[in-house]
Design a protein around this ligand. Sequence first.
Ligand code: G3I
Length: 330
Amino acid sequence: LQTEVSLAKAFQDDFLIGAAVNKRTIVSQSDLLKEHYNSLTAENEMKFESLHPEEHRYTFEEADRIAGFARENGMKLRGHTLVWHNQTPDWVFDDGNGGKAGRDLLLDRMKSHIETVVSRYKDTIYCWDVVNEAVTDEGAEWMRPTKWLHGIGEDYIEQAFRFAHEADPQALLFYNDYNECNPGKREKIYFMVKSLLEKGVPVHGIGLQAHWNLYDPSLGQIREAIERYASLGVKLQMTEMDVSMFAFDDRRTDLTEPTSEMMRLQEVRYKQFFELFREYKEVLTSVTFWGAADDYTWLDHFPVRGRKNWPLLFDTDQRPKDAVKTIIGQ
Ligand code: G3I
């Protein structure tokens, strides 16, 4: 199957179509990216540990290359991510004397990281995932117990948004999280963003990561999440979409290619998702996939290392799956 129509062009009146890229796929998938996507996100290259491995040393080479690719090809670029518990180097939380960095030191470091990174990409990055995954998945506690929380206190989230806004007042600032359609977690995210907005914190959007699979979440849960978040008056983006062929607790490793039943179910899921997304195009401004084609996906190593998965819209040869024609044609 060959599609003459580009995915990004098919949705140009609705929302951006993005893909996560990394230092390898920006080369190996370059033609596919230019043809079908009009927005990019760096999969790892703009995270704290990649950009700022030591206190007085920044490494921008890979991130600059991705930013350059986006500019040269007239693509939008999302920034991912400024403050996260993962992929952040230990030096950030150490005081340099064998102890833990205190609140003031941590806030200074957060501010200077955000200022440096956000100002550098001011002309290229139009929106940032300022804080990523700060909310717990289960239990009554709503804040994930991270070194940022323990070192600074609950206001670390609002401080991050304020620093980012100072560094680039034009940038759209997002809170980004996963399991966003699970009703319990959805409500925690909703109330957190609501209270930030009530305090006048510059939050402009919520990123729904959309790491979904053939069975979960249900369409109804997705609709409820979109409606609930949209009621806050912020923009929404699907920021890391993929549709795994395996249910979350399915650890089977015997498949070397997807079954025809999996392909059929995935096509139906994608069709339903894009029908739903179009209904909300006034509030949903971008749909980014966490990868461009099945030849590379983080899900090949999660939750089982080396277990192949086929979660995207283009196959391992970077050819469009039937699902592409289906969602474009509807
Ligand atoms: O860079 C090293 C490399 O030097 C080494 O040879 C290799 C050996 O395993 O590891 C490399 O680091 C890996 C890194 O990706 C770069 O490829 C890490 O082990 C691996 O854990 C890391 O995984 C990334 C993950 O975030 C880390 O949390 C995935 O690529 C990336 O797709 C994933 O992205 C996250 C989003 O940022 C936030 N939402 C969830 C999403 C999926 O987990």
